[in-house]
Design a protein around this ligand. Sequence first.
Ligand code: PEP
Ligand code: MG
Length: 586
Amino acid sequence: MEVSRSKIMRGIPASPGIAVGKAHVLEMEELHVREKQVEPQDVEKEIERFKAALVTARKEIEELRETIGEELGQEQAKIFDAHLMILDDIVAVEKTTKAIREEKKNAEFVYRKTLSEIAEELDLAKDEHFRDSAADVRDVKRRVIRHLLQEPRRGLGKIEGQVVLLAHDLTPSEAVLMSKDTILGFATDSGGRTSHAAIMARSRGIPAVVGLKYATARIRAGDTIVVDGNRGIVDINPTEQALQEYMRRQQQFLDFEGMLVDIRELAAVTTDGRRIELSANIEMPEEVELALAKGAGGVGLYRTEFFYIRSARLPGEDEQYEAYREVAEKCYPYPVIIRTVDVGGDKFASYLGAARENNPFLGLRGIRFSLERQEIFKIQLRAIFRAAASGNVKLMFPMVTSLDELRQANLICSEVKEELKQRGLPFGENCEIGIMAETPATVMIADSLAREADFFSIGTNDLIQYTLAVDRGNEKIAYLYDPLHPAVLRSIKTLVDAGHRHDIWVGVCGEMCGDPVGAVILLGLGLDEFSVSPYLLPEIKTIVRSVSYADTRQLAEKAMCLSTAAEIRSFVEEKIVGKLPTFLSP
Ligand code: PEP
Ligand code: MG
């Protein structure tokens, strides 16, 4: 008798929603590449064969780009531009032809080796975006090898009925072919939140969990699978009772989604009329549309370092200008807050040449890096000020810990503006310049910083880490990382009060305002703006619209008198349960 294997696996939530269905396991694409010797007289023919495969692959990619562009829009089609760049990579092509000629090896063997080496290098990168582009390199590699071997492609087309798709990996070009009609949800062993498959799942509204490591080894075709993209869970052959619970949650999620469409156009205003700005955090220009579709009133944090990290070289002024202008224009009349590059810490780009440090989070990070590398800083500032002529752009500096840093950065801004004036280029003369408040030092000198900054945006992710001396990425001490620690709440209150005393607005762009309890407390502490991940935005707007400002003020005041995070949490939870729609209650 077959024993049903019930098992819960945890991965990375990549696209929200819950899917229940039969598993369709996509086998690894088997491309048998054998090493063969090429006769000296056939070497040029082999090179021709390689070049012909590149041409066929190019045609295929261009066709896909066109179809996807028409069907899903130009943003989605951009992946294929990246694929064409990989295909045309002069170093890879020359290395392959040279090896065919000198080592007299067959094209598929040599090309596989060349591109595998590139992908492996990218796998080792610290940054998620680099690691994700390894999938693109492998995608191109498989496509070219498939043509060299004249093999048919692994298809999603053979799927019958509606299924939950399981794969070790989904190539970006497979991911674009996913249709909501057949793929109820998907789960992959590899991938991250920003992998292309994850981005496409989100844009199509297909629930997904990625990074499960061993899902394909544990799941068999026909197993009943639940993909809970909200919590990053995959449940294999759940019990009847668990299944009912998932169905209930699924219905709740669908009802919630339906309701959110209705609130998209509404303001984030409390029941007694306090309005807060609710904007979105983005990392890539492509995310603006999603943010606006979710009802964002602008971009509260554009983390530009991803733009740097995704490039293989330093992005030039015009390239940056185009990206920032695109975001500013799409958002207009809403504001876009562009944060200058925050490399260092856990974010690196090898071409920036930052040396390894023993304590990178306490090292050359954020504004410190920009002030050290002013030539890079100025390029970015020029691009931002120029983009500010086309929209409502504000500028902000990360990791400011002293007034000197702010003054120095402001001085460089004035120089850059003067330069643009000399060049006769239009730029945003009155672009507001604010700072991220994310260290205890910033809190302690908030008064003097507020005199010279146009706004504060509190980066709670770092503020918590530095205030509590808890590494934000270390799972061993994650239990100590508590946004409700009284030290954190007092720091936030100090920042809000100092900002308001000097008539500047104070927002939060850390994850704390994307959590129901955190959002309620922050509201009560008097914050003027929240900037959250686009997916959390409707939920947070619902919360703001469900509570009264007077109540949250009172609640925050009382919470500030309590001594521990646990006391604060239970006090706040008790008070807000019943005030929020049931599905948002903690
Ligand atoms: C923060 O620190 O809260 C923040 C928003 O910045 P980042 O997460 O990019 O460090
Ligand atoms: Mg930060």
